[in-house]
Design a protein around this ligand. Structure first.
Ligand SMILES: *Cc1c(COP(=O)(O)O)cnc(C)c1O
Length: 350
């Protein structure tokens, strides 16, 4: 006897990375948070926030944030749909578009939450393998003919990215929706917002969790033409973005200068860390994100993960296929990265 649908009983829940308490003295390089504080302008809005705005319901479309985003990206306001993190938008897209005869397709390994959505909707999911270099398998994805094809670009956990040529080709060949999840795009060389203008089946997803140092705020948005967003609006929770997230997020997104300066620091650290890890014998996949997928020469990734954890350094270990010999390491501050490299030296010596 169960209270749940059969497919819910059969599935395993998405497992988030470990979150030790703040101030526990752990070097946390496991969930791709930004190591730097958010924009001072966003923090000023938070400090001065009017309690009266919490008594009332917020704008159902987070209008202030939506307008700010539209202005910065130079797209019309009605091409933007804010969400309670981009996770919520992923779930809305799945609910609106996917079912047993309308599959979710994605290249794998990737962000597991896409697969979770497929299981909830009984819509596959159909997994199309990346090759060892993580080239986007355009042909196989087109043939799989998803109602929704999710491509994280840059991809997690690989950090690799496809160009707009390939994404555009895929959009053209699909009769369903192509979702380009740009959670890490602030650290990348290019973005796909132009594809939204060219192809009426493309949705770009963004978040303030990574590039804008606001993972705890829970704020993201979709960019797509209004006829696509219309379907998503039907499944949207009524007041999905809090008044606080809307106001703080608008100030943060408006402060592009802060975001860019911060991202430049992380990109420089990424280059340095890549070199250091290669010197320690790791294979490092080329990353356009704020993390690195690495394979230790021994392939003993789980043991290294555990030894680092014993030393107070958390990185991400995925037990899944093709990842059991690899680690995903978030790029931290220079001090955190130095501690990681020192920890790895010790671990590899013993
Ligand atoms: C972090 C991440 C997200 C989630 O972003 P939120 O806005 O915090 O929900 C979405 N997609 C990928 C690939 C991510 O890594």
């Amino acid at each position: 006897m169960t209270y749940f649908r059969d497919n819910i009983d059969a599935m395993t829940a998405y497992r988030p990375g470990e979150q030790p308490e703040a101030g526990a003295g752990i070097i946390k390089l496991n969930t791709n948070e930004n190591p730097y504080p958010p924009s001072p302008k966003a923090l000023a809005v938070l400090r001065d926030f009017d309690g009266e705005l919490l008594r009332r319901y917020p704008h159902p479309l987070a209008e202030q944030f939506r307008r700010t985003v539209a202005g910065v990206l130079s797209v019309p306001v009605d091409w933007i749909l804010p969400g309670n993190g981009s996770d919520e938008l992923i779930s809305m897209i799945a609910r609106a578009c996917a079912s047993s005869d309308r599959p979710i397709v994605c290249p794998v390994p990737t962000f597991e939450f896409f697969l979770t959505q497929g299981q909830i909707q009984q819509a596959g999911p159909v997994e199309v393998p990346f090759d060892d270099q993580y080239n986007l398998p355009v042909e196989q994805l087109a043939v799989a003919a998803g109602a929704v094809t999710f491509v994280a670009n840059p991809n997690s956990p690989s950090g690799t990215a496809a160009g707009n040529g390939q994404l555009g080709e895929l959009a053209k060949r699909l009769s369903g929706i192509l979702v380009v999840d740009e959670a890490y795009v602030d650290f990348a060389d290019s973005h796909a917002v132009n594809l939204v203008r060219k192809h009426d089946n493309v949705i770009v997803l963004r978040t303030l969790s990574k590039g804008y140092c606001l993972a705890g705020l829970r704020l993201g948005f979709a960019v797509a033409n209004p006829s696509l967003l219309e379907g998503l609006l039907k499944v949207k929770d009524i007041y999905n973005v809090s008044a606080l997230a809307c106001a703080v997020g608008a100030a943060a997104f408006d402060d592009q200068q802060h975001m860019i300066a911060n991202v430049e620091k992380i990109k420089a650290a990424r280059t340095k860390l890549t070199g250091e890890l290669k010197e320690l014998g790791f294979r490092v996949w080329p990353s356009q994100a704020n993390f690195l997928l690495v394979r230790p020469a021994s392939g003993e990734a789980e043991a290294i993960y555990q030894s680092l954890k014993d030393r107070g350094i958390l990185v991400r270990y995925f037990k899944g296929p093709r990842l059991e010999d690899k680690l995903r390491i978030t790029v931290g501050t220079d001090e955190e990265n130095a501690a990681l490299v020192e920890g790895l030296r010790e671990v590899l010596r013993t």
